[in-house]
Each structure stands twice: as C-alpha cells, then as structure tokens.
Design a protein around this ligand. Structure first.
Ligand SMILES: NC(=O)c1ccc[n+]([C@@H]2O[C@H](COP(=O)([O-])OP(=O)(O)OC[C@H]3O[C@@H](n4cnc5c(N)ncnc54)[C@H](O)[C@@H]3O)[C@@H](O)[C@H]2O)c1
Ligand SMILES: [Zn+2]
Ligand SMILES: [Zn+2]
Length: 396
C-alpha cells in the first residue's frame, strides 16, 4: 500500500510499504477514506519528538471503512468508523476511570522505557507518533491496523459525510476537553492562546459550555478572523502586550480561565522565547514554554488553567510563584478521546457543532509531503489539510 513515512527533519515521503495485517483478535483493518494533518504532526516534522525511526508511517487523525476484523472485534465489514488517536484497551485501571490516554496496556513492553525515564510512567499507545508511544503505524496511508477495535472506533451513521465527523479522531474532543478542564461557570471569561485547530475548537466548545466571553490570542490574521467569526474577541500578540490587553478586557483582574492551545513550539521574540529557542537548537532544552508562562501570569487569582498544548520534556523559568500565590488550578493531558466520541457525534448530528469551516485544503494522499510543507510554512491560510487516498475515484 501507499503511506506517508518519516525520514527526518522536514523530510516526509510517500512510500510503498507492506499492507497491515490482523495481529491480535481485537484488531480491525480500516481502509482510510479521509485523514488529516495535525499540529502535533508538526512536532514530528520539526523533529521535536524523540524515538522516531526512518520509515515510520505518520498520521493519527483518520477514518475509513472496516475491511477486515479479528475474532474479538465488534466491528462489521463495510461500517464507516472514526478512530481515536489514543489506543486504549478499555479494561485497565485508567480505562475503567475513562482516563483512556492513560491506558496501561496499549504500549508494548519493548517501547516503554523512554516514557518511564522521561515521565515516570510509560506512555500510552498512539497512532503514528514515535516509538515511545508504541511505534504504531499511523493512518496517513491507504490502510491501517486498529488495535482494540471493540473499544475505540465509533460507527458513523449514513448521511454524515467524512468531513463532518473526521475531527472526532482528535482535535474536536481535544478542544472540548480543553474547555471542560476550565470548569466554566456563568459569567466566565475564557482566554485561549493559539487559534490553530485545537484553539478554534476550544473557543467553540467554551461558548457552547456557557462562557460569557472568549478572548482569542494569535498573530495570524486569518486564524484570528475565524476566531472572531465564532464570537471571540481577539488579540494579535504582534500588536499589543498580551497580559496588559487581557487585564484591560477583564476589568483589571485577568481571565477566569486560560487555555494554552499552543504547547512546546511557541512563536514570538520575547526574551524568554529567544533563550528557549537557542536552548532547544543546541539540545540544552526541550520546550519553548513562553505561552505557559504568559498564561500563569495572566490568569486571575483563583482561576483555572487548561493545557491541551503538547509539552515534551523539562520546562524552566515557569512562574511557579504565580501559580502558587494566585491559587491557580491546572488540568492537562492527552485527550481521553473515547470518552467524548458519542456526545460529540450527537452534537454534530443535531447541528450544534460544525467543524467543516476549519478545512482550508483538500489534497490527494500522494501530495501529503506538500500538505506538511504548506501547513508548516503558511499557518495563516492553511488551517487544516485533509488528505484523501481515493482521490481519483472521488474526483471522478
Ligand atoms: N492534548 C492533546 O491530546 C492534543 C491533541 C491534539 C493537539 N494537541 C496540541 O495542541 C497544540 C495546538 O494544536 P494545533 O493543531 O491547533 O496546532 P497549530 O500549530 O495549527 O496551531 C498553533 C497556533 O498557536 C499560535 N501561537 C504560536 N505562538 C503563540 C503565542 N506566543 N501566543 C499565541 N498564539 C501562538 C500559532 O500562531 C498557531 O496558530 C499543539 O501543541 C498540539 O500538539 C494536543
Ligand atoms: Zn492530532
Ligand atoms: Zn487500558
């Protein structure tokens, strides 16, 4: 089959690779109909995530048709499914608590050591996201093997086309959980750093979950326009000082809740970010945590901080004093996607949530390397790239 493979920094290629096979009874094989490039994929593209190997198949946002099932799968051939990027067994201690991104069984023993050293516990299995998360082949391919297919995939009813539901695989539940982690109360102002797909869905979710006001921060004019179109007030951090602007917009006390939807690759030329950039470039550091610092400084006393943005290693210069003295609460984590699939599919079906506005580019899977380059280099206009393996058939 054809698949997008990683070969090094800014080097991804379409290769012909062996077709996936059923390995365990609970597996299913899915023929991909739509797959997307995520901001998290850019961390791999930029070589920020360790334990990638040449030839690894990328992609963790995908959906398709069931073409083969193991004896323990509950799926049926021909069903259309969206697959969560988190691989979870559904039966371990964390899965039973619905903390699916903490599943203890989905990362095989031989790839657990790096997580154990870096985080004090092995990571959970993720599709197409390095060997520290299990080394699973991803879904930017014609076919993919889906482990625990009786737990993860959600069957899509006829009539809901791919583009309406594809983002259930990751960014929609991620935006939703990011907002839920803010524990929004009536009257709340929620500030969201980053108007990429995660930030935009966090804005949409915060408004649905009852935020009185949402303030969105980025520097790409088009992304800020999308945020404004959803009803957010916007701050372009190139034009104004973010904390001062937030204070002015919140009667001088700061936002009730703050969402860091940027993570480890914060842009900007503040001194702390420049120092971080030099440290990352010389391998003396791992994360550019400028946004997290700004969030902790800006959030109101007693406020809530939600961090969906991915961080990978050790951050320094974190204003731990502000965190403690202001009594902030922090919630974060890889999304427990499985937990949110059913309620969010219902909201899509009822027309409460529409995600299609986000898609700026549709490309054949064969053009995936161009898709990565565009998404990396033109973030203003390229908000989301959807790849179609069956492009010719669909175009016909
Ligand atoms: N927790 C999870 O399970 C999960 C799932 C998906 C994505 N993520 C992470 O969420 C983050 C966002 O994902 P995305 O797909 O929206 O990425 P993206 O790269 O498309 O968007 C990030 C946005 O942040 C903006 N930004 C950069 N520096 C900023 C600053 N100093 N202030 C304000 N905005 C700034 C950029 O301009 C960009 O628009 C990434 O770190 C991604 O890895 C986490
Ligand atoms: Zn993703
Ligand atoms: Zn589990």
């Amino acid at each position: 089959m054809r698949a997008l493979t990683w070969h090094g920094k800014h080097d991804v290629r379409m290769d012909t690779v062996p077709d996936p096979k059923i390995v365990n009874p609970r597996d299913a094989i899915i023929k991909i109909t739509s797959t997307a490039i995520c901001g998290s994929d850019l961390h791999l593209y930029d070589s920020m995530i360790p334990s990638m190997e040449k030839g690894d198949i990328l992609g963790h946002e995908f959906m398709g048709e069931v073409v083969e099932t193991g004896s323990g799968s509950t799926l049926v051939k021909g069903q259309r499914v969206v697959v969560p990027f988190v691989i979870a067994c559904g039966k371990c201690f964390h899965c039973e608590k619905q903390q699916f991104s903490g599943c203890e069984n989905s990362n095989p023993a031989e790839t657990q050591d790096l997580g154990e050293v870096a985080y004090g516990t092995p990571m959970t299995g993720l599709f197409g996201y390095s060997h520290m998360t299990g080394g699973y082949a991803g879904g930017q391919a014609e076919y993919v093997r889906v482990p625990y297919s009786d737990v993860g995939p959600i069957v899509i009813p006829d009539g809901l086309e791919d583009e309406k539901v594809l983002f259930l695989s990751d960014i929609l539940p991620t935006g939703w959980m990011a907002s839920e982690n803010c524990q929004i109360e009536p009257g709340d102002t929620v500030a969201v750093w980053g108007c990429g797909p995660v930030g935009l869905f966090a804005i949409q979710s915060a408004l649905i979950q009852g935020a009185h006001k949402v303030i969105a921060i980025d520097h790409h004019p088009h992304r800020l326009e999308l945020a404004a179109a959803m009803g957010a007030q916007v701050i372009n951090y190139h034009d104004v000082k973010v904390r001062e602007a937030l204070m002015a917009m919140t009667g001088g006390i700061g936002p009730d809740a703050c969402i860091d939807a940027v993570g480890m690759e914060s842009h900007g030329f503040s001194i702390d970010n420049v120092v971080d950039a030099v440290k990352v470039a010389t391998r003396l550091g791992t994360d550019r945590a400028h946004v997290l610092r700004e969030v902790l400084m800006a959030c109101r006393t007693g406020g809530r901080v939600s961090i969906p943005g991915v961080y990978g290693g050790m951050g320094d210069k974190i204003p731990i004093g502000a965190l403690m003295e202001k009594g902030l609460q922090i919630r974060t984590g890889q999304t427990h996607v499985q937990k949110y699939l059913r309620p969010l599919l219902d909201l899509i079906g009822e027309g409460v949530i529409d995600t299609t506005f986000l898609i700026s580019h549709r490309l054949p899977l064969e053009s995936a390397p161009d898709g990565y380059k565009m998404f990396k280099e033109n973030q203003n206009e390229v908000t989301k790239v959807v790849l179609k393996p069956d492009w010719r058939k669909e175009a016909a």
